[in-house]
Design a protein around this ligand. Structure first.
Ligand code: EPU
Length: 422
């Protein structure tokens, strides 16, 4: 297993290019199951979660061909429904919850699916009741046996679905299911994340009729079949945000290329509030450190609010800012796993339930730290960049799920960082 070793203190300078968005690529790869031929995706990030989705699609009868950042997914023919059980096994879904994204497409196109229940994970309980409620409203028979969800429907039919929570993957599953249902589906309290909008745009390219994606009400009029497409995946707003914070906390001057200001408004707003200069430049955003970093008050929210996927990284900024900051995690109940590790590096953080109070300290000190989830790992790397001395981040496989060679990109900006065998 690898570790990341960082010698802190470098001011990051230069340009970094953001890769394709993991959380857009995952539903898009799954959406190939809805079509009658090979779909080509470009700018696919080279990440462990993407490889896991590839394995899952192969298991479901797809041919998956990856060359560099281009992935072609050829789904099985509709006639395969007679011969196959469409099963997403526990072994794959437990390593990547997004495996549940095959549920909607499989039921819609092949009439049945058996998908392992993802179970809890490091950041919270994360049930899929809203995904199932929606599919049931569309006429699917849903049962739970031996840790698996079994779903069946001869043909899904349109329905009005009011989500209790604007779940991102839940919404994506239901849009994909509704695309091949008979009649009109209306999803209210829908997730408005750019990745949901991107999925809807791709489904429309495939021939689907969808309106309202990117707003809280999405309307899908089902069609009989969808056709293959070619699509270039949008840049990863969370990777971009992570580099923006890296530049800010190291008092650097960095052009984050492909960072889309329209997808990062809440993040940019908080950086500016902390005194960081952020400006549009060329195809990205330029970040320059101003004076001292100032305290922040942050509550995570569904898009367009402040993203939970940036909470851990901003915790590092608050840890070295002047004054007392408050961060409330309103999306996931256990997403403060980075706090004890940051405390070991000298951060002054007190957690009470979903609220963390952070008193800025002048400096952090390098230490051996261990991450329990993807964004927590990213925050420990950022902490290592600003800390005095050497930081070793263990369990790098979490980082590799969602950041494409982060150490290489940071090294390009002048960080003293390397990957080594743990
Ligand atoms: N929830 C329910 N019932 C459901 C679905 C969700 O109670 O049926 C709850 C969850 O437990 C959570 C909240 O609703 O408290 C929001 O969860 P959501 O379903 O929106 O999250 P997700 O779809 O499982 C996606 C991203 C996450 C990101 C969240 C929130 C993908 C593949 N994953 O997860 O990304 O944190 O939305 O924005 O799109 C990451 O990239 O590190 C990551 C965890």
């Amino acid at each position: 297993m690898d570790k990341i070793v960082i010698e802190g203190g470098a001011h990051l300078r230069g340009e970094v290019v953001v890769s394709g968005a993991k959380n857009a690529a995952l539903p898009l790869l799954a959406s190939s199951l809805l079509t009658g031929g090979p779909c080509t995706f470009k700018n696919v990030p080279q990440l462990n979660d993407i490889a896991t989705m590839g394995k899952l699609l192969v298991q479901l009868g797809c041919e998956v061909d990856t060359s560099g950042r281009t992935t072609v997914v050829a789904p099985p023919p509709a006639s395969a429904a007679r011969r196959r059980t469409f099963e997403a096994p526990y072994e794959l879904v437990k390593t990547m919850r997004a495996g549940v994204l095959v549920l909607g497409p499989l039921v819609a196109r092949f009439g049945r699916a058996r998908v392992s229940l993802p179970g809890g994970c490091a950041i919270g309980e994360r049930p899929i009741d809203q995904h199932l409620k929606g599919l049931q409203a569309m006429g699917a028979q849903v049962s739970l046996t031996h840790g698996y969800v079994e779903c069946e429907a001869r043909r899904l039919r349109g329905a009005r679905i009011v989500l209790d929570i604007p779940t991102v993957t839940g919404c994506e599953n239901l849009i994909m299911a509704a695309a091949l249902a008979s009649g009109v589906t209306i999803i209210e309290n829908a997730a408005q994340e750019p990745e949901v909008e991107e999925l809807a745009q791709v489904l429309v390219k495939m021939g689907a009729h969808i309106e309202g994606a990117g707003t809280a009400i999405i309307q899908v009029e089902g069609v009989d079949e969808l056709h293959p497409i070619e699509h270039t995946i949008l840049p990863d707003r969370i990777e971009a945000g992570t580099f923006l914070v890296a530049a800010a906390v190291t008092r650097g001057d960095v052009l984050v290329r492909n960072a889309r200001a329209d997808h990062l408004e809440a993040v940019i707003g908080k950086l500016r509030e902390a005194g960081v200069h952020v400006a549009a430049e060329g195809d990205g955003l330029r970040v320059r450190h101003g004076g001292d970093l100032g305290q922040l008050d942050i509550t995570t929210q569904p898009y367009p609010g402040f993203p939970t996927d940036m909470q851990a990284q901003f915790m590092v900024l608050c840890a070295v800012a002047r004054g007392q900051s408050v961060i409330k995690e309103a999306i996931f109940e256990h997403r403060f796993m980075h706090v004890p590790e940051l405390s070991r590096m000298g951060a002054d953080i007190h957690v009470d339930g979903r609220v963390a109070v952070i008193r800025g300290v002048p400096r952090l000190g390098g230490a051996k730290v261990m991450a329990t989830d993807l964004r927590a790992s990213a925050s420990l790397v950022l902490a290592g960049l600003v800390a005095d001395g050497v930081t070793e981040v263990l369990r790098v496989y979490h980082l590799d799920r969602g950041y494409e060679r982060i150490e290489k990109k940071l090294r390009g900006l002048g960080a003293h960082i390397r990957r080594a065998k743990a």
